[in-house]
Design a protein around this ligand. Structure first.
Ligand code: FAD
Length: 496
């Protein structure tokens, strides 16, 4: 049976950053993931904002880890070489009542330790966002908020962890714990048992079920809360910032935001759903987006949409134990109370991405506090470099790359100008891309106006060739989503 010091369940942003933080110690670490790639869950379908930290209630773990996490992003982006921009964000108030709420939000932010918060006058906000609703009464500006490439963060963290010795096992689902004398000694997966001393539960939407397998917190449940989005064609509409409405009991509301890739996205909705895999985009959701977006930018039109998608928030019912207010919905990050050798990380809904480096830091601290021996490696490399991105290169750099490898001269995705060379490089990267969606998350191939109409079959051909598989084995996002069932040319007559 395989044996590790630490097994992490879940290769989302929390699992991968935790693996990367822990990789500085002399530990044998394994990350298991039920999907075929890293970041295939909630970490790849969110607003990609690094929140400043004025939204969570003071005293909550969400507030503390959001603000600490926010501070860590410049260094993280520099070391892991992914796109991150501290562009700031605005909360726009419409009418007098909402203006009063801006003051409350500002005070809350200051209590949380958010620096630089400022209330802007009507003139100031109109100057910065000219097409904003003329009924705007003012705005809160948070200069420390930012945007990131949410796909790249998880991939970069996983690659850096892998470079520092962490192992990854995909298509492997946690089933139960192996416990001896109230201590974890391993886990059972659908691909066999794995021995280990410690398990980190970073299973996102399923973290409650993993927790219940250890017999802990039977009262703690995760209810998936769906957020639907529309991506606008940049030729129709672009916003150069992040614009929120005043938050309500439904959460932070429907916002407009730019991505590091130059698109504008509107969303998300907020709707509890029964199924943890229900990532549908609904008519009700689209109607809600259409109605809500008019409050901020009148005239915004859903016909500008080139793609729609949804993500599921892992909304938990953990009660905040540090606050005077009885707040249900905090992060639950703690060592298990019934068995030794287990740390849970559950209810990680927004601002989970912003807080993720701080969550990883906290998990390391919990391990240290438990007396687990953690000796730093004499040499740990915190740096990982991204691979060349053809569309961002100068013509001289492009020619140089094509001279080294002619595959960089063949454009596969016309909208986003992604080359065969880039796709092949991702298939052979430290954390290899093995599905169409994995290629998409790494290269942005298929994310433009045609949404894969031109490139999809070419990418399937490249995956088939580079992975040396039959084309029937190539899928969109893992087993069950294959593109090709069988060849049609060689079918016997009479069959269709
Ligand atoms: C609509 C929406 C908008 C959001 N916007 C923001 C934002 O702008 N800023 C922000 O800070 N946060 C935002 N968030 C929250 C943020 O996306 C999450 O907090 C974060 O991605 C959680 O990461 P994770 O690693 O905990 O979960 P995940 O990314 O879901 O990773 C968990 C992984 O565990 C795997 N797994 C589950 N069960 C098993 C098992 N049994 N065996 C093996 N593997 C398993 C899953 O497949 C998954 O890959 C948003 C979330 C949503 C849904």
């Amino acid at each position: 049976m395989d044996s590790y010091d630490v097994v992490i369940i879940g290769a989302g942003v929390v699992g991968c950053l935790t693996a990367r933080f822990l990789s500085r110690y002399q530990l044998r670490i394994l990350v298991i993931e039920k999907e075929s790639d890293v970041g295939a869950g909630t970490s790849s379908a969110n607003s990609a904002l690094i929140h400043a930290g004025y939204d969570p209630l003071p005293g909550t773990l969400k507030a503390a880890l959001n603000v600490r996490g926010n501070e860590m992003w410049d260094q993280l982006a520099d070391e892991l070489d992914f796109d991150f921009e501290r562009c700031g964000d605005y909360v726009a108030a419409i009418g007098e009542d909402e203006f009063q709420q801006l003051q409350i939000l500002k005070r809350q932010g200051e209590q949380n330790g958010v620096p630089g918060l400022k209330i802007l006058s009507v003139d100031e906000i109109r100057k910065r966002i000219p097409n904003i609703n003329p009924e705007v009464s003012g705005a809160l500006f948070a200069p420390t908020a930012g945007i990131c490439d949410t796909f790249a963060v998880t991939i970069a963290a996983a690659e850096n962890a892998q470079m520092n010795g962490v192992m990854f096992r995909f298509d492997t689902c946690f089933e139960s714990f192996l416990v001896e004398k109230h201590r974890i000694v391993g886990i059972r997966t659908d691909r066999g048992d794995i021995r280990c001393q410690w398990v980190i539960n970073a299973a996102g939407l399923y973290a409650d079920e993993v927790m219940h397998q250890a017999g802990s917190h039977p009262e703690f449940m995760i209810h998936p809360r769906r957020g639907e989005y529309c991506v606008f064609d940049p030729a129709c509409f672009q916003i150069d910032t992040v614009l929120f409405p005043v938050p309500s009991e439904k959460g932070k509301g429907v916002l407009f935001f730019k991505t590091t890739h130059g698109n504008t996205i509107v969303g998300p909705t907020s709707e509890f759903v029964d199924c943890k895999e229900d990532k549908a985009v609904s008519v009700t959701g689209l109607r809600y987006l259409e109605e809500q977006m008019q409050r901020l930018i009148p005239g915004a039109d859903l016909r500008w949409t080139i793609a729609s998608f949804s993500g599921l928030r892992a909304s938990g019912n953990a009660i905040c134990t540090n606050s005077d207010v009885d707040y249900s919905g905090d992060f639950l990050i703690e060592s298990d109370k019934t068995v030794k050798g287990l740390i849970h990380c559950a209810g990680i809904e927004s601002p989970g991405l912003s807080a993720s480096p701080a969550i990883a830091e906290r998990i390391c601290l919990l391990l240290e506090q438990s007396g687990f021996e953690m000796i730093e490696k004499p040499y740990w490399n915190p740096r990982r470099k991204r691979r060349p991105c053809f569309r961002h290169l100068t013509n001289e750099e492009r020619n140089e790359l094509i001279a080294q490898d002619p595959r960089y001269g063949r454009i596969v995705c016309r909208c986003e100008m992604v080359t065969e060379g880039e796709i092949a490089a991702e298939i052979h990267a430290p954390i290899p891309a093995r599905t169409y969606d994995a290629i998409k998350r790494r290269t942005w191939c298929g994310t433009g106006r045609c949404q894969g109409g031109f490139d999809m079959i070419r990418v399937v051909e490249i995956l088939t060739r580079e992975l040396n598989l039959s084309s029937e084995k190539i899928s969109k996002n893992g087993p069950g989503s294959e593109f090709i069932f069988s060849e049609t040319k060689n079918q016997r007559s009479g069959q269709c």
